[in-house]
Design a protein around this ligand. Structure first.
Ligand code: PMM
Length: 285
């Protein structure tokens, strides 16, 4: 079953929850709440990656996330560190994180692959073409699905050459990063092609701009949680290893629907003549 990764941004400026969990205590409380809501993993970030965001020095990033990781690890939560800084990944590993979630797939920091290899942690390589200031200017694709897969394959080759175990790498198509609205829908439509690469796949659609397209104009960001939960189900059906979401409770309920449907066995009345019954007949008794 697809895992749920709850988002915990310890930042003043993330686009949908900026500032809400910026203090250590509020962040810890929210992490515990995400687990209670059904999260299997908690992804902790100290630098916003939203388009246009300003960079945060790694020491400030670490002062935001390390106390939170230390405390949540003490509570037994499975944690990932959302960073493209190798020094932050190393400090997070020491504090108890077991997954490095690098939105740059190792491109932002030349030391990241070595740290990933050295720590032996699970490593999420997301498709990425540039930092928040540039990402919206590098959105040209011939075919977004084949281009993203090809660029991820280059990252996997570089990571494994640097000593990262192939079976510790998770791939992520990077929804919303250097993608126009239609690119995101095309990628969601072909998540099966990512799963077929043979590595676990993580999908992060939560509250992203492209979801506004299916809502009334001007709908508040939190209303994107419903389409997010629908994308979670589509991702699970395509074989995703995990979905990264802010509203864990909604995605948990949505994935529970899928689990219930999958567990149900159609009951075929044995005496029915003329072969298999129609699906509507199965559900009537
Ligand atoms: N998206 C964001 C941040 N980190 N990590 C992965 N692996 N995949 C994503 O899609 C992803 C990510 C941006 O969302 P946020 O600002 O709400 O955290």
């Amino acid at each position: 079953m697809t895992l749920i990764m709850g988002v915990l941004n310890v930042t003043p400026d993330s686009f949908s929850d900026g500032g809400k969990w910026a203090s250590t205590d509020a962040a810890i409380e929210h992490g515990l709440r995400l687990r209670a809501d059904g999260a299997d993993l908690i992804d902790i970030g100290g630098e916003s990656t939203r388009p246009g965001a300003t960079r945060v020095p790694p020491d400030e990033e670490q002062s935001r996330v390390i106390p939170v990781i230390t405390e949540l690890a003490r509570h037994g939560l499975r944690l990932s560190i959302d960073t493209f800084n190798a020094a932050t990944a190393r400090a997070a590993a020491k504090a108890g994180a077991t997954i490095i979630n690098d939105v740059s797939g190792g491109l932002a920091d030349p030391d990241m692959a070595a740290i990933a290899a050295d720590t032996g942690l699970t490593y999420v390589a997301m498709h990425w073409r540039g930092h928040a200031q540039q990402m919206d200017s590098v959105t040209a694709y011939d075919d977004v699905v084949t281009d993203v897969i090809a660029e991820l394959n280059v990252r996997v080759a570089a990571l494994t050459a640097a000593g990262v175990d192939l079976d510790r790498i998770v791939l992520d198509p990077g929804l919303g990063f250097s993608k126009k609205t239609e690119h995101n829908w095309q990628l969601i439509n072909r998540l099966d092609a990512f799963a077929e690469l043979g590595l676990p796949v993580l999908v992060g659609a939560s509250r992203k701009r492209f979801l506004a397209e299916v809502l009334p104009v001007g709908a508040p960001v939190l209303e994107r949680d419903l389409p997010t939960a629908v994308v979670s189900v589509l991702a699970a059906q395509a074989g995703a290893w995990a979905v990264r979401v802010h509203d864990v409770a909604a995605t948990r309920a949505a994935l529970n629907v899928l689990a219930s449907v999958r567990q149900s066995m159609p009951r075929v009345p044995p005496e029915l003549p003329g072969g298999a019954p129609s699906p509507t007949q199965w559900n009537h008794d």
